[in-house]
Ligand binder design. Sequence first.
Ligand SMILES: Nc1ncnc2c1ncn2[C@@H]1O[C@H](COP(=O)(O)OP(=O)(O)O)[C@@H](O)[C@H]1O
Ligand SMILES: [Mg+2]
Length: 235
Amino acid sequence: MAALLSIEAIHTAYGLSKVLFGITADIHQGECVCLLGRNGVGKSTTMRSIMGLTVPSQGKIVWKGEDITGWAPHRIARAGIGFVPEDRRVFAELSVWENLDIAARAARRPGPWTIEALFDLFPQLAAIQSRMGGFLSGGEQQMLTIARTLMTNPDLLLLDEPSEGLAPLVVDMLLEKIGDLKKGGLTILLAEQGLAFSLALADRVYVLEKGEVRYTGPSSALRDDKDLADRLLAL
Ligand SMILES: Nc1ncnc2c1ncn2[C@@H]1O[C@H](COP(=O)(O)OP(=O)(O)O)[C@@H](O)[C@H]1O
Ligand SMILES: [Mg+2]
């Protein structure tokens, strides 16, 4: 079966500073795939390249069989790729409900996600729906940014380090929620530094190092071979 998304040998730079050196990866419908690697290896840049926020200088991004390299970010989003960036920025002056409502108005794709459906998924957000975005905890912000992106009914969700900086109990809660999304059939590309979080969710992993894919295989290979995991991540 053809991949939903193919990243084909992309090279991406910020000005003269080259960051990605031929990253190749693919994601099939219904899979959860993780870009795993330490800080600075190029995980976010890979996601930004998929979204058209930094356009690759070589290689291409193929979405549902179509070359989308160079498309404007809003067009890529409208084609069905939802991005939850690592900065978790929400509108501080708007309530939780208003943050979601704005996303609903911007979303032009039909699909299952409504504010009600998202409040079912995240009852914690329903409980604080009139609170201002500027008064949310890190975990609440993360739930809200995920919920806001789901409002656009994406076929693929890019999640950039969702667990970063969150307390262990909040991380467990997020793991469960992202697991629910996966069980619901959503295709997910995750970027993570932590092995435990990624192995708990991902079917397959790509381990990145200095802008290249150093290893790829099923999560079970890393789960079963601790030496391999240590070697890959203790670089
Ligand atoms: N806006 C930017 N301008 C210049 N260099 C950047 C920028 N963003 C990231 N980089 C550099 O690109 C490399 C990869 O960064 P990034 O993709 O954010 O890695 P990761 O998400 O894996 O931590 C790092 O060396 C980082 O310093
Ligand atoms: Mg990053």
